[in-house]
Structures are given as structure tokens and as C-alpha cells.
Ligand binder design. Structure first.
Ligand code: SF4
Ligand code: SF4
Length: 380
């Protein structure tokens, strides 16, 4: 039974999930089971298509469903089915085809990024492999360097670094088979390094690597778990109220708990939605490729919660969340936890300017061509 069939069978139309989500509420009487039925029957109307493409894959609905329906899984499966039927044009996601030699991140590196050696951290064999994740690598390279140095102080020369993507964008756009192949190749590469510990910093990478880990002895830990265990604490003045934006990928609070430990000397306040019930920052589900204004609306909603909690600073532990929230203003300033730990500032506007610059003028023409002609990526 696939997840569409399971949703039809398990959904009892109780509408509990709708309390979490405006997009589900827009269906009025229809339930996730009805959506799954429409996809299965090939009766996808504009409303169903709009929902499937603009769901942020945040999983809050899954959290609230008393019958354990996997609504998030149903949406990614539906994206996959509709793509196979030619109803979703994958071109809008082409820049995020991370299993191709040319994608947004490799273009960024080819155009701007000069120091890719990271002081000898790129190597074939290591004991501890640091896996910072695409957004942190490209938007906060200084933070990655500092984090790698911190790891090296603890683990010596056995620390290596990987700039690979975890493959989550492929899964989110509904490219299931490609995501599976990519994940298998990535793990083969990780196992070849001989690393016994994989250190993530992005919560989405963490969840993805946990979900795709083959039967092996590699331990997966978040950098923030490691930092909290080491006794590291973020120094902030007592008077400043701060709040933590939890990532949708970390509803169990494994990483959010460690981040709160790092912030325990600060004046911490909680937003209405946090932990298991956190809400999307606007960057989830690759919606920015479909409806950027909706992403802004989601980010503003989140920032309003931070303000309502009286927080002057909203701390994130995901660079995608930071990027999305920081770009949308609001009175709360947004900082990635590593910015506070290493006393550095990420220039989000500068990063945006560089990304836009990739697709303008002569450079833009060349980069568009590279994307069009990109080839399947093979791991080293
Ligand atoms: S995953 Fe999030 S956005 Fe999508 S239906 Fe569920 S609550 Fe709504
Ligand atoms: S909460 Fe679960 S059972 Fe109720 S309508 Fe939503 S998916 Fe269906």
C-alpha cells in the first residue's frame, strides 16, 4: 500500500490537522484523505495542485493527527506521482537538482568561492566527518571555518569536512528515486572516508542522514549536541530577551534541546509555537520556487510570534531559516546560533546579491547554459 492509499484508508476526516494549517483549512470540508483520493483518481483540480505545490512539508499536521496519518509523506508522494504524469514541470526546481554537476551550489562555488581547501580539512580519510550542509557552507563560510577549528581542537587531525548536499531538496521536490540513488551514493562516499562519527549542523541534513543511514556503525551527532555536552555556553547580556526558532525537521527537540542548553545563561523566552508544535519559517517545501510571496507571509507570521514573546533576538539553528527570517525584517533581529558562539555576523543581503548575480548578464547566460547541460553527479 502506498502512502496515498494509506491516507485514504486512515484519514477519518476529523479536521484536527486543519487547526495547524491555513492551506488545509482552505479545503473547507475536504480532508487530506480526499486530496489523496483526487491524486489517485487523476482528478487533481487547481486547488489540490496549489496545495500540493505550496505545502511547506513542515509536518505540523502529522504531529496533530490523532490517527497517525502521514500527510507530509502523502504530499511528497503526490508531487512524485504528478511529476510522473507530466502535471508538475520539474524545470522550476532545476537549480536544486543537487545530483547534477551544475546546480545552485556548484555554480556559487565556481563563480565566487576561492578557498575550498579549508586548511587541509578536505581529505579522503578521517575519523570525524563534519557535514555543515549547503546553506551554511555557502552563506556562512566563516562560521564553518570556526566550527571546523573548534572540532579540530577536540578531535585533532582526524577531522575532515564534506561540502556535499544531503539530498533533501530531491526528496522535497518529489524526485523519490533520484533522492534514493543520491542518498546511497552519499553514504558510500561517507563510508569510504572511514569516519566513525558524522557531525551535522543543519537539522534537515541531520534528519535526512538519520533517515538514509544504511546498516553501519557511523554515529550521527549534531554539532550543537557536541557543543552543549562540552559545556560551551553562549554569553549574552541577561537583559536581552531571546527566543529560539525550532526547525520543522527537529520536532523531537534533539537539536533544539541542545541549543537551549547552549543558551541557558541567556534570558530565554518561548514563542507560542515551539518544540513539537513549531511552525515554518517560510523556507520549507521548496515553495520559494513556486510562490515567494507566500514564503514571505510565513516568515512574517513567525517573526510576529517572536515579537509577541517580547524577544529582541530570534535564534535559529538552521541557515535556511536564518536566511528566510532575516531577509524579512521585523523588530526581532535574527541570528544563527553559530553567529552568537563565534561572535560573527552573516551578511544575508550580500549573499542574496551574489545569488542573483549568478543569473545576470554574461555570467547569467553562461550559468543558465551550465544548468541546462548539467550531467549526473558521481561521488568520488
Ligand atoms: S506539512 Fe505543514 S504546510 Fe503541509 S499540510 Fe501539513 S501543516 Fe500544512
Ligand atoms: S487529523 Fe488526520 S484523520 Fe483528521 S482529517 Fe487530518 S489527516 Fe484526517
Amino acid at each position: 500500500m502506498n502512502v496515498l492509499q494509506a491516507t485514504i484508508e486512515e484519514c477519518l476526516n476529523c479536521h484536527q490537522c486543519k487547526t495547524a494549517c491555513r492551506r488545509l483549512r482552505s479545503f473547507e470540508k475536504r480532508s487530506p484523505g480526499d486530496v489523496a483520493q483526487a491524486v489517485l483518481n487523476g482528478q487533481v483540480d487547481d486547488k489540490v495542485m496549489d496545495f500540493i505545490m505550496k505545502c511547506s512539508l513542515c509536518s505540523l499536521c502529522n504531529e496533530l493527527c490523532p490517527y497517525g496519518v502521514d500527510i507530509r509523506g502523502m504530499v511528497t508522494y503526490a508531487r512524485n506521482s504528478l511529476m510522473d504524469e507530466g502535471m508538475i514541470d520539474q524545470e522550476c526546481y532545476r537549480h536544486l537538482w543537487v545530483d547534477r554537476d551544475w546546480n545552485l551550489f556548484s555554480l556559487f562555488r565556481a563563480n565566487y568561492w576561492l578557498d575550498i581547501t579549508y586548511q587541509g580539512l578536505v581529505k579522503k580519510n578521517c575519523e570525524v566527518l563534519f557535514f555543515p550542509g549547503c546553506m551554511l557552507v555557502h552563506e556562512g563560510p566563516d562560521l564553518v571555518r570556526h566550527a571546523a577549528e573548534w572540532l579540530r581542537k577536540r578531535h585533532g587531525d582526524g577531522v575532515g569536512i564534506s561540502f556535499q548536499c544531503c539530498g533533501a531538496p530531491l526528496e522535497q521536490m518529489g524526485q523519490m528515486e533520484r533522492a534514493k540513488t543520491f542518498g546511497a551514493g552519499l553514504w558510500e562516499y561517507i563510508l569510504q572516508t572511514g569516519a566513525s562519527t558524522l557531525i551535522t549542523s543543519c537539522p534537515t541534513c541531520h534528519a535526512r542522514m538519520m533517515a538514509t543511514r544504511p546498516d553501519c556503525n557511523v554515529q550521527i551527532l549534531s554539532l550543537f549536541q557536541l557543543m552543549a555536552r562540552s559545556g560551551l555556553r553562549v554569553p549574552l547580556p541577561d537583559s536581552e530577551k531571546i527566543t529560539v526558532h525550532d526547525s520543522c525537521s527537529d520536532r523531537e527537540g534533539v537539536i533544539g534541546g541542545a541549543v537551549r542548553e547552549l543558551l541557558q545563561d541567556c534570558n530565554l523566552v518561548e514563542m507560542e509555537h515551539h518544540g513539537k508544535e513549531t511552525i515554518c519559517c517560510g523556507s520549507g517545501g521548496l515553495v520559494s520556487a513556486i510562490d515567494p510571496d507566500l514564503c514571505t507571509e510565513r516568515a512574517l507570521r513567525r517573526l510576529k510570534e517572536a515579537e509577541a514573546a517580547g524577544a529582541e533576538t530570534c535564534v535559529t539553528y538552521c541557515m535556511s531559516c536564518s536566511h528566510r527570517l532575516a531577509a524579512r525584517g521585523g523588530t526581532s533581529s535574527v541570528r544563527h546560533i553559530l553567529e552568537l558562539i563565534f561572535d560573527k555576523m552573516v551578511e544575508h543581503e550580500e549573499f542574496d546579491r551574489m545569488v542573483h548575480g549568478l543569473f545576470q548578464g554574461e555570467r547569467g547566460e553562461e550559468n543558465f547554459l551550465r544548468l541546462q547541460n548539467s550531467q549526473r553527479l558521481f561521488f568520488m
